[in-house]
Design a protein around this ligand. Structure first.
Ligand code: CA
Length: 251
């Protein structure tokens, strides 16, 4: 059913989970929401299925036999950027998932309700849709459209139209969420944004995700782009470092 993945109307979700009962329950709920769903029972099968069906989103269990979820996430992200909702056994694993450079967009701790899972899936897809619609405009919420067509922050360059970020001329792979977070902060360098503001503007779902999700994604940005890219303003939030250099005239 490769054609399903090509259609605009039906979204395809790939579930990579070795516990069949969980996989089936999640699949049933997502199908009832109108998604096309495929299940892979281990890491290698998941990587293969991801290449084959090119899903719109992957629900990925962290603890998998063979290769674990972190490595699966890395492998599927190597081919193309795909949003990932990670399933974990413990809440303490959240930092591991979101902080590592593997590129998960959000996580859910087991046991979770299928209602919550569906809410997260919809939230991630809305974010990705919004990001695609905004290509070339930068982040709309700040009302600064063309301000970040092409922006330099130290050794980091953001090409918002192409959604490409480089560091010392090397392309850095960011997840859709990391990219949106970076661009939103970069629209106004030096301006401090609170976690609540970032959740509302970047995630669009302040009630679904927590401030810790923001912290973890900031850590991921620092790991990928250098620790000085984002400044922490204690008790307030985060800001992109102001650059003394010319910020690039688009003309
Ligand atoms: Ca498992």
């Amino acid at each position: 059913m490769v054609a399903v993945a090509e259609m605009n109307t039906t979204r395809t979700v790939l579930i990579i989970e070795d516990e069949a009962s969980i996989a089936e329950a999640v699949a049933a709920r997502l199908r009832s929401e109108g998604f096309a769903v495929e299940i892979a029972g281990d890491g290698p099968a998941g990587v293969e299925a991801c290449r084959r069906i090119r899903p719109d989103l992957v629900v990925l269990d962290l603890m998998l036999p063979g290769i674990d979820g972190l490595e699966v996430c890395e492998q599927i992200q190597a081919d193309r950027s795909v949003p990932v909702l990670m399933l974990t056994a413990r809440d303490s694993e959240a930092d591991l998932i979101l902080g590592f450079t593997v590129g998960a967009d959000d996580y859910l701790t087991k046991p979770f309700s299928s209602r919550e899972l569906v809410a997260r899936v919809h939230a991630i897809l809305r974010r990705v849709d919004r990001a695609r619609a905004d290509v070339g405009l930068g982040v709309p919420a700040a009302g600064v459209h063309s301000a970040i067509g092409h922006q330099q922050i130290g050794v980091v360059t953001i090409d918002a139209a192409r959604r490409v970020v480089t560091r010392n001329d090397d392309i850095v792979h960011l997840t859709p969420t990391e990219f949106d977070l970076l661009v939103f902060l970069a629209v106004r360098p030096g301006t401090v944004r609170s976690r609540e503001e970032l959740l509302a503007e970047v995630w669009g779902e302040p009630m679904v995700s927590s401030g810790r999700t923001v912290d973890s994604h900031i850590r991921a940005l620092r790991r990928k782009l250098g620790s000085d890219i984002v400044r922490t303003v204690h008790g307030i939030g985060y800001a992109i470092a102001e650059d003394d250099a010319d910020c690039g005239d688009d003309s």
